[in-house]
Write a protein that binds this ligand. Structure first.
Ligand SMILES: Nc1ncnc2c1ncn2[C@@H]1O[C@H](COP(=O)(O)OP(=O)(O)OP(=O)(O)O)[C@@H](O)[C@H]1O
Ligand SMILES: [Mg+2]
Length: 258
């Protein structure tokens, strides 16, 4: 059964989607079968993989409200071995509709169910909030991978997220592990960037990946071409960092308990 990993941080613009797209692509290119589920009404993972949000009938939303299944709604991508369950603005409706349902935190877990059998890894690209969609993702997940941008207040946001993960663990999902923390948009010439990275490493020790994602223009450009950065410009430092992260992830991730 595939391992489910939520890519989460309630802070906006820290590199969740860039990490979800490039890490799942790099893992697929290592020969694993991967499903990326877009859990964000912004649909950035969907458009970043070249899928037109406007033309979609079956999405994460239709799966959550059970008018389609994950199996019939998932689409192949241009990356061999990587499928996506796409999302668009419809998903904002789920925020409202799930709130009044019983066991509202459990819907994603139920709908992923059988689909998990088909994949080695299922990544969940979470929105920048700790609302019902992220809670569903954390309830469905075996582990959570946290991208952190090395800037002021990063540590405060991270502490808040860790407390929320602890609450989900106590209330809904006692199996939830911290998969790892990945430092993103790192600028080695910037003193603050280095200080924040040191602070996070001294606090979270071996939970922080050795691979660090640098600030890199190719990673930022790639979504407008509908391609993962690692294929748009394979040789770039950003791409290489995600390839290293994927290797590290596979060597840790396949070992850690479910
Ligand atoms: N390593 C990087 N170098 C340069 N730009 C980056 C890098 N990572 C992400 N970006 C850019 O920064 C912006 C935010 O990144 P991204 O969308 O991955 O963050 P996010 O956490 O998913 O945002 P949101 O919270 O809105 O979902 C995007 O424009 C993206 O292209
Ligand atoms: Mg995002």
């Amino acid at each position: 059964m595939g391992k489910v990993i939520a890519v989460a941080n309630q802070k906006g613009g820290v590199g969740k989607t860039t990490t979800a797209i490039n890490l799942s692509s790099a893992i697929a290119l290592e020969g694993r079968s991967v499903l990326l589920i877009d859990m964000d009404p912004q649909g950035n993972a969907t458009s970043g993989l070249g899928i037109d949000q406007g033309s979609l009938k079956n999405t994460t939303y239709s799966c959550l409200v059970k008018t389609s299944t994950v199996q019939e709604s998932s689409m192949e991508t241009s990356v061999s071995g990587l499928s996506i369950l796409p999302a668009n603005a419809d998903l904002a409706g789920a925020e409202v509709e799930l709130v009044n349902l019983e066991r509202r935190e459990n819907h994603l877990k139920t709908v992923i169910g059988e689909a998990r059998e088909k994949y080695d890894f299922v990544f969940l690209d979470c929105p920048p909030a700790l609302g019902i969609l992220t809670i569903n993702a954390l309830t469905a997940a075996d582990s959570v991978l946290i991208p952190v941008q090395c800037e002021y207040y990063a540590m405060e946001g991270l502490s808040r997220l860790i407390r929320s993960i602890e609450l989900v663990r106590q209330s809904f999902n006692s199996h939830l592990n911290l998969e790892g923390i990945v430092l993103t948009m790192f600028d080695s010439r910037n003193t603050l960037s280095r200080q924040v990275a040191d602070q996070i490493r001294s606090h979270f020790a071996d939970k922080v990946y050795q691979a660090v994602v640098p600030r890199n223009v190719s990673l930022a450009e790639a979504p407008s071409y509908g391609r993962p950065g690692i294929l748009y410009n394979t040789a770039s430092a950003g791409s290489q960092s995600y390839v290293s992260l994927a290797k590290e992830f596979i060597s840790h991730g396949e070992k850690s308990p479910r």
